[in-house]
Every structure is written in structure tokens, then in C-alpha cells.
Design a protein around this ligand. Structure first.
Ligand code: ATP
Ligand code: MG
Length: 447
């Protein structure tokens, strides 16, 4: 049932405006990430940050909205992302702005604008944050979703491709994810693609009326995208289309073969998928995706590729580059099947009775936190028994009890929850035995 409420707004210089309205809800395609779930998010973010920084990647945080032309020029006008999915608007000064649908164009803009290429020949960058696409929401597909991504700028070496791919697989493996499949392909350089494009159009034209509507349009504008279609019938037709790999020039072939060799040297299994072209226009040479078997229709958890022409196209110096992005929501769907969300139980839960004890508990909690302990203070003001029940529910390692007797003796009752062991300690002594407390807490957590 939808809640009815009254909403009042007072604008400057106007009468207070109240109107009955439905309780405001989150916008379709967006979600709250609640405390019960946020442990998964933090786990992935921390793991990715560690693995990426070990490999010399530095975090970059570009703004969430940019000039619409950045995406139109960067990603390509004929792509779904730009053509159909962007959240674009004009601000009060009539600027054309867009909530970023992906990270690469912004990172490249920042790279050029801040002349990061001057600092070092190779720049290794990563980012994490929300992206926005107007799509049909379903499991693993939202309108505000989150990505972690990397961009490795300044190297055209196949080792760069493989470094990037290896980092993605390392993150996924460290999360404990299984049944993943890495698909790779080469989309060559623009010259290779021109000859392939013609062959593809020749093959597809007789089937034109059987293709889905979008694909029919793409036949003249952007035929490679047809291979990326999610429509069953179009996919079936595309199955027998000529392979782009037969149209690669010698240099492109060499690059692709080297990438395969290096993946093998690292023990990374892959499948060559000549129909993998990816949804964005800026890719050259290597394109790859990592799919998870247990995700149903939204199976791709990571996608990326090389984009050697993008920096120049956006007004920077000629700079080869490769990058990828992972979808956080899809990773979390997978993690949820594997494990419970990590919970943060307190080391100490403080309960008290009476005014003076309540003040002392507040002070003690603060002192313990300064010593580095995780401490939760009962603020309910309810009876002792109820507070103790809550301590139990909090899964705390130990409970500290302050009653009238403890106040007058300047002591505190310490109860270890797992063993039930209790002791009465002088408050000043408790604060002086940090090392013992820490090791006791560790033992209890392990036990
Ligand atoms: P898809 O084919 O699933 O639409 P895509 O090719 O549009 O994916 P990319 O632009 O390559 O996706 O983005 C990289 C990753 O970001 C995807 O593999 C996916 O995990 C995630 N992602 C993309 N769009 C969404 C979305 N709308 N909701 C949730 N995750 C998404
Ligand atoms: Mg998409």
C-alpha cells in the first residue's frame, strides 16, 4: 500500500504550500543501498582498491555530469548509450549536460584537460561510482547503477591489454566468484573494420526484414552493432555472419595473437568470440567480456577493450589505451549467492542504569573508541533486562554493565558473551589493559 502524507513547501516570500500527496519514492530504476547490504559493497570496493593500487593504478574522481557533446563525440552518436539511454538536460544557463552513462569518456577528458600525459608516458587510473542509463530496469539492470573501472593510457603494447584483463580476473577470483567465462575478440583498426563492414552488410541485407527494428536501422548506420543485438532472431542470423577475424590486417592479427599468447602465459583461460563487438564505438583491437554463468540474462559482469583513437578524437595527443568496467550490482547479485553480508559486531556493548551511570557509560564508550575499539552504547533508556537482550542481539564480543554499585565503586562489570565469563574491574584499570582486551576479543572472535 502506498502511504499518504502531507507535503509542505515554503518558498521564499510565498505562503506555505501544503498539499496531500503520495509518499515520495525512489525513482524507477534506482535503489537504496541499505546498511544490511552495504557490507558487500565495501568488501568489493576495498578489494578492488587494494589489487589495483598494488599494480600502480591511482584513483581518479571525475564529476558525475559532463557536457553532452563529450559522450556524443566519445561514445558515438549511433550507439544505444548515446542514442537512447542518456539522462540529458539543460541547466539554468542552457548548457547541454548529461549524467555520465559510463566512465571512460570522463576519464579521457580529465586526462587531456589536466595534461596527465605530461607527467608520465603511461597513466594507470581507476574509478568507482554511479552511472546513469535510461534502460528497462530488471534484475542486474538499473537506471542508476555503479561501476568500478580502470583505464591504462599511453601503451599500445599487448602486455597492457593483458595486464588490464588479468586485473579484472584477479578481482573476480579474489571475491570467490566461480563459473566465469572470459570472451575475447579483436575489432581491428578502423581500416580493417571498413572492409569487414561491407562484407557484413552484404551478408545481412537479404535478411533485412527478419532483423529487429533497431538492427534494420543499424544496417546502414552502424552494422557492427547488429552483432551486439539482444534479440533472439537477430542473434540467430548473426551466428552465420562473416567473422571480423577474417578481415584483420597483419598488424591487427599480430596484436591479437600476442594477447592470446600472453593470456596463456598467465594461465588465464579464454574463448575467442568473433561476434563480440561491444556497445560503444570507440573500441579498437582487443575487446573482451567476462560473463557469469549464474546471472541469467544480465550475465556480463565486466566489459572492456582497447580504444587507441579516443584520446585523439577528444582533442588530446595520439595515445593508445585500454580499459574495462565492472557492474557492481551484478557482482553483488553473485556475492549474495555465496555468502552472508559481512557484519560489523561491536567489541563492547555498554548498558547502564541511572543518570550517573548513563553519563559514565557515555564517557567510557568514548574512551574505548579512542583506544581503537568498536563500541556501541545503549541509548534506549529501558530496563536493564531489555538492554542486555539488545546487547545479545548486537552479537557483541563483550558487554560492559554500569549500575549504581559500579558507579559508587568506580568499577564496571565485564561480561564475555561467548563464554559467559564475568569479572568486575576498576574503570581506570580496564582502560589500561588495552593489549589484554584486544587479544581476548580476538580469541572470542575466532572461537
Ligand atoms: P549490457 O550488454 O548488459 O547492456 P553494456 O555492454 O551496455 O552491458 P558496458 O557499457 O560495457 O555494458 O558496462 C560495463 C558493465 O557495467 C557491464 O558489463 C555491466 O556489468 C554493467 N552495466 C552496464 N549497464 C548496466 C545497467 N544498466 N545496470 C547495471 N549494470 C550495468
Ligand atoms: Mg547496455
Amino acid at each position: 500500500m502506498r502511504k499518504k502524507g502531507k507535503d509542505c513547501v515554503k518558498l521564499r516570500g510565498e505562503k506555505k504550500l501544503c498539499e496531500a500527496m503520495d509518499a515520495i519514492q525512489a525513482i524507477r530504476g534506482t535503489r537504496d543501498i541499505l546498511p544490511s547490504e552495504v557490507g558487500y559493497w565495501q568488501k568489493i570496493e576495498q578489494l578492488a582498491a587494494r589489487i589495483l593500487s598494488q599494480a600502480g593504478y591511482e584513483e581518479i574522481r571525475p564529476p558525475i555530469f559532463e557536457a553532452t557533446s563529450l559522450f556524443a563525440r566519445g561514445i558515438g552518436e549511433a550507439t544505444d548509450v548515446v542514442g537512447k539511454e542518456m539522462y540529458s538536460f539543460t541547466d539554468k544557463s542552457d548548457r547541454h549536460l548529461t549524467l555520465r552513462p559510463e566512465g571512460t569518456a570522463s576519464v579521457v577528458r580529465a586526462y587531456i584537460e589536466n595534461k596527465l600525459y605530461v607527467e608520465s608516458g603511461v597513466q594507470r587510473l581507476w574509478y568507482a561510482g554511479p552511472m546513469f542509463r535510461y534502460e528497462r530496469p530488471q534484475a542486474g539492470r538499473q537506471r542508476q547503477f555503479h561501476q568500478i573501472g580502470v583505464e591504462l593510457l599511453g601503451s599500445g603494447d599487448p602486455r597492457a591489454d593483458v595486464e588490464a584483463i588479468a586485473l579484472a580476473t584477479e578481482i573476480l577470483q579474489n571475491l570467490g566468484l566461480k563459473s566465469l567465462q572470459l570472451d575475447i575478440n579483436s575489432v581491428g583498426n578502423p581500416e580493417d573494420r571498413t572492409s569487414y563492414r561491407q562484407a557484413l552488410v552484404n551478408y545481412l541485407t537479404p535478411y533485412k526484414n527478419e532483423l529487429d527494428k533497431d538492427s534494420q536501422e543499424r544496417l546502414s548506420r552502424n552494422p557492427l552493432r547488429i552483432l551486439d543485438s539482444k534479440e533472439k532472431k537477430t542473434q540467430a542470423i548473426a551466428q552465420n555472419a562473416p567473422s571480423i577475424l577474417d578481415y584483420l590486417g597483419e598488424k591487427s592479427l599480430q596484436h591479437f595473437e600476442k594477447v592470446q599468447q600472453l593470456l596463456t602465459a598467465l594461465g588465464i583461460k579464454y574463448t575467442i568470440n568473433p561476434r563480440l563487438v561491444r556497445g560503444l564505438d570507440y573500441y579498437t583491437h582487443t575487446a573482451f567480456e567476462i560473463q557469469a554463468a549464474d546471472l541469467g540474462a544480465q550475465a556480463t559482469v565486466c566489459g572492456g577493450g582497447r580504444y587507441d583513437r579516443l584520446v585523439q578524437q577528444l582533442g588530446g595527443p595520439e595515445t593508445p589505451a585500454i580499459g574495462w568496467a565492472m557492474g557492481m550490482e551484478r557482482l553483488i547479485l553473485l556475492l549474495q549467492k555465496l555468502e552472508k553480508p559481512p557484519i560489523k559486531a561491536p567489541d563492547f556493548y555498554l548498558v547502564s542504569r541511572g543518570e550517573t551511570a548513563a553519563t559514565m557509560a557515555l564517557v567510557l564508550a568514548s574512551s574505548l573508541r579512542q583506544l581503537g575499539f568498536q563500541v556501541e552504547l545503549d541509548l534506549s533508556g529501558s530496563a536493564f533486562a531489555k538492554q542486555l537482550k539488545r546487547a545479545d542481539r548486537s552479537k557483541t564480543v563483550a558487554t560492559l554493565v554500569l549500575g549504581e554499585e559500579e558507579v559508587s565503586n568506580k568499577t564496571v562489570q565485564l561480561k564475555w558473551m561467548a563464554s559467559g565469563k564475568q569479572q568486575v574491574i576498576e574503570t581506570s584499570k580496564l582502560l589500561a589493559m588495552t593489549a589484554e582486551l584486544r587479544s581476548e576479543i580476538k580469541q572470542h572472535q575466532l572461537g
